[in-house]
Each structure stands twice: as structure tokens, then as C-alpha cells.
Design a binder for this molecule. Structure first.
Ligand SMILES: [Zn+2]
Length: 238
């Protein structure tokens, strides 16, 4: 019997090595998201832009990620019509999207674009005065925590429906939901993902992230920036 022990150990080691190699080659899945997502394109570089620099195309702002500096203001704001402004690149993309919608006979406009730190201080402050902090938090971002302060976000409207989920059921709203990624825009607060984004569904709020990231998110069926970049969910302020 003793003569058998050495060969048996060798065979077990060989089986172990084969099994280990097999598992090392198994496909990897991204389990961070709330729902399974397709694998990211091998060629897509997630480190292309900063997620924290307030000037970055990919800056991620949420209830755990305030702008730094807190009173940041972009330097290249331009008009997007309706008395609203966005950063130049986003403004140009929005104008293209509005023109494309127009060609389909759809009315689309910017109801609210860039909002300054001071504007948010006033808006949030008056809501705190009216109903307290939790009331204010349910309706408005805290100053320094609003995506609108980056100059990359826009609230859209059509006809007399704007900044309301009536937008989702309008022809313009449906067209935007299907086509926004082609112009570099992302529906930032999708339905059912409040536990990740910190915001209830806002069918009218779009964030410009550029065509390459918006298309990658679309192609991989990834709904939030938090899931795509593996950032912690941000349901509440700290
Ligand atoms: Zn908004």
C-alpha cells in the first residue's frame, strides 16, 4: 500500500492544477450592478477621463460625491436657448439633438441647464425654511451636489410639459429616451434605481457624458455611472 501513496499524490496534484487552470480561464462577470450587464468592450478605456475633477467630461456627482471645490463654476458656458446655458461641448450636442428632434416634427427644449452654487444655495435654503432638511432633500440637491452645477446636465421639456414625468409619455420624451445616447446624453436618474443614484426617476433629466461613453453604456445595457465605474451606491448624504 505504501508504494501507492506517492503516485496517488502526484495524480491529485495534476488534477488540482488542471482544475485551477480551468477556473482561471472562466469568464468574469460584473456583479456590482443591480442587474446583469454585458461585458464592457475590450477596447473601452474607463480611465480616459477623471471622475472627480469638476471640469471633467466624466465627473460623477451624487450625494456622496460633491463638487470640489464646492462652489465650482465652469468657464465655457454658452446659451442653449430658452434663457438656459450649458458648457460649450454639451450645448453643441444638445442643439444637434433638438434639431434632429425638430426634423421628426418634435418640439424639444432646455427647461433648465446650468445652475450656479449660489442659485442652489438660495433654492435649497428656501425649501429648508419652508419644510425642513428632509423636505428640502426630497425636492432639491444640496448646494455643491447638483449635476446642474457642472454645466453638463439639462432638464428637458416639450410643449407645456417640463421637469415632470409627463415627459416620458410624450412623443418627444420617447424619442429622446431612444436616441439621446447618439448625441452623448444619458438618462441620469432611471426608474427603480433610487438606491444607487439617490434620486427618484426623472425622465426629463439628462447628463452629457460624450458620445463614446453614452454609446458604451447603451451597448452594455448599463443604466448608471455608479455601476459602470464601480462606484458605491449613493442613496443618501453622509
Ligand atoms: Zn435636473
Amino acid at each position: 500500500m505504501k508504494k501507492l501513496i506517492v503516485p496517488v499524490i502526484i495524480v491529485l496534484i495534476i488534477i488540482g492544477v488542471i482544475f485551477w487552470h480551468h477556473n482561471a480561464g472562466a469568464p468574469q462577470y460584473n456583479n456590482r450592478g443591480a442587474s446583469p450587464t454585458k461585458a464592457t468592450s475590450a477596447t473601452f478605456n474607463k480611465q480616459q477621463y477623471s471622475l472627480t475633477d469638476p471640469t471633467s467630461l466624466w465627473v460623477v456627482v451624487n450625494k456622496l460625491r460633491p463638487l470640489d471645490p464646492i462652489d465650482y463654476a465652469p468657464s465655457d458656458l454658452v446659451s442653449v436657448g430658452n434663457g438656459q446655458e450649458m458648457r460649450a461641448e454639451a450645448a453643441s450636442a444638445l442643439k444637434s439633438m433638438i434639431a434632429a428632434a425638430g426634423k421628426q416634427g418634435l418640439n424639444l427644449y432646455a427647461a433648465s441647464g446650468y445652475r450656479s452654487y449660489d442659485t442652489q444655495v438660495a433654492a435649497y435654503g428656501s425649501m429648508v425654511k419652508a419644510g425642513g432638511v428632509s423636505y428640502a432633500d426630497s425636492l432639491s440637491a444640496r448646494p455643491g451636489y447638483s449635476e446642474h452645477q457642472t454645466g453638463w446636465a439639462v432638464d428637458l421639456g416639450t410643449g407645456n410639459c417640463s421637469i415632470d414625468n409627463c415627459f416620458a409619455n410624450t412623443p418627444a420624451g420617447e424619442w429622446v429616451a431612444a436616441n439621446a445616447y447618439k448625441y452623448g446624453f444619458l438618462l441620469r436618474y432611471p426608474k427603480g434605481l433610487t438606491s444607487i443614484t439617490g434620486y427618484d426617476w426623472e425622465s426629463w433629466h439628462y447628463r452629457y457624458v460624450g458620445v463614446s461613453l453614452a454609446t458604451e453604456l447603451h451597448n452594455t445595457n448599463t443604466l448608471t455611472l455608479e455601476q459602470f465605474f464601480g462606484l458605491p451606491p449613493a442613496p443618501n448624504y453622509q
